[in-house]
Design a protein around this ligand. Structure first.
Ligand code: ZN
Ligand code: ZN
Length: 413
């Protein structure tokens, strides 16, 4: 076993005091608690069961909107979107009159604890399923960072590692597959085993959860395969912290068809022109959700009608929360300069979109399961080792999914 640094480090006001054990934090993308519960009930996650019995399992509150990059940015910084600035895949820059992608670390306003850990001497590795996350997660990081999606294209200079396919004995997986996530876990095991990393962040992808409900065989087998990798990490002496970026719910009517409210169409029909709806879930991975989630932002040309519009929207069936900018930024922890005039959230089985023409529902693999709103906000947290007294108490408070590094590093000794 190589030497593991125990030098404390700080990021965004939080101090981390690691022990000399490898740390592995896993973001099980889209893992609503039902996925763990169902697979555990089928006795197909023996290692997770062991972790829960000797360590901790509870629920934690994610960041809103309950999207992937928002919560991944929170997990690696330890702070909310209001602080780190990443509030979706897209935002509307009113000054430039442009819809701007937010996938680059240039939009990140906080330092990452991963970079701080590396500067303190930890051997840090970030492995993500989707390439789109790599830039944000590896911001100012001296260490290893690569994605399953582009594993064949890594080089030492930009990724801190080379020959990933040889090193991990795995071929680059298809992005719409269980393997895209399993590759990340297996690669993590390889790096641990070879001693090239001792502080890992492994971020999976939610293609499987978008496509399969918890009680399907596809889903059970997927979680069972993840569990096998957890077992190998435990055997290698790692402390594991696992959580999710968001949950996942079916967004369909009783007949199985997508349950969508096209907000821009609704507002234009009721109030006339002058509305721009932004769906911050929009990303290049169209098979997941057709850019439909349970959260949109509305920009208005005529702000004088805002109360009228807000009150009307609030009363529409399927809409659960509507906030103006000031209230929304406070309650939803959003950065004001990247938000709109109204925030709109929908029910557990409802998604909100722009106009029918804007969304390609034919691209979906099967049914519509998605996230983004309040009903995907609460997610599981599992820590493989017993919590100390202070963190047992913290766990009874209002712990966040982005406290996962804090719990895993500071809460287990
Ligand atoms: Zn996600
Ligand atoms: Zn998703």
């Amino acid at each position: 076993m190589h030497h593991i640094s125990i030098t404390p480090f700080s990021a965004n006001g939080i101090t981390y005091t690691p022990s000399a054990k490898p740390i592995v934090v896993i973001c099980m993308d889209g893992s609503a608690d039902e996925y763990l519960d169902t697979t555990l009930a089928h006795d197909r996650m023996p290692n997770l069961k062991k972790m829960i019995l000797q360590g901790y399992r509870g629920m934690v509150r994610g960041a809103l909107p309950s999207f992937t990059n928002v919560n991944n940015a929170s997990i690696v910084t330890g702070v909310s979107p209001a602080v780190h600035g990443i509030c979706g895949n897209f935002f509307y820059d009113a000054e430039k009159d442009e819809e701007v992608m937010m996938n680059a670390s240039a939009y990140l306003r906080a330092e990452t604890l991963l970079a701080a850990a590396a500067d303190a001497g930890r051997k840090v590795a970030v492995i993500t399923a989707k390439e789109k996350l790599r830039d944000i997660l590896s911001h100012q990081l001296t260490g290893i960072a690569f994605s399953a999606e582009k594993a064949a294209q890594v080089n030492l200079e930009t990724h801190g590692i080379e020959n990933v396919e040889t090193l991990t004995r795995q071929k680059t997986p298809a992005i719409y597959s269980a393997d895209a996530s399993l590759f990340v876990l297996k690669a993590g095991v390889s790096l641990l085993k070879q001693g090239v990393a001792d502080f890992l962040y492994l971020s999976l992808t939610d293609y499987m959860q978008h496509t399969y409900a918890p009680d399907t065989e596809e889903s059970l087998a997927f979680y069972e395969a993840q569990d096998a990798e957890f077992g190998k990490m435990l055997q290698l002496g790692a402390i594991i912290g696992a959580t999710a970026d968001h949950g996942m719910n079916a967004k369909v009517k009783a007949d199985g068809s997508p349950n969508v409210l096209f907000i821009e169409t609704m507002l234009t029909e009721k109030f006339g022109k002058g509305f721009r709806v932004i769906c911050p879930i929009t990303d290049p991975y169209v098979k997941h959700h057709g850019a439909l989630g349970s959260y949109v932002v509305v920009h208005m040309d005529d702000i004088s009608r805002i109360d009228e519009v807000k009150n009307w929207l609030t009363l529409q069936p399927g809409i659960t929360e509507v906030y103006d900018k000031k209230t929304g930024c406070h309650i939803l922890e959003q950065p004001a300069d990247r938000s709109g005039d109204l925030f709109v959230l929908s029910g557990r089985d409802v998604v909100v979109g722009k106009t029918a023409a804007h969304h390609d529902l034919n691209a979906l693999d099967g049914t519509l399961r998605s996230h983004g709103g309040r009903y995907e906000e609460m997610v599981p947290m599992v820590i493989s080792h017993p919590l100390n007294t202070i963190y047992k108490l913290k766990a009874q408070g209002d712990p966040r999914n982005f406290d996962i590094f804090d719990f895993t590093v500071n809460g287990t000794q």
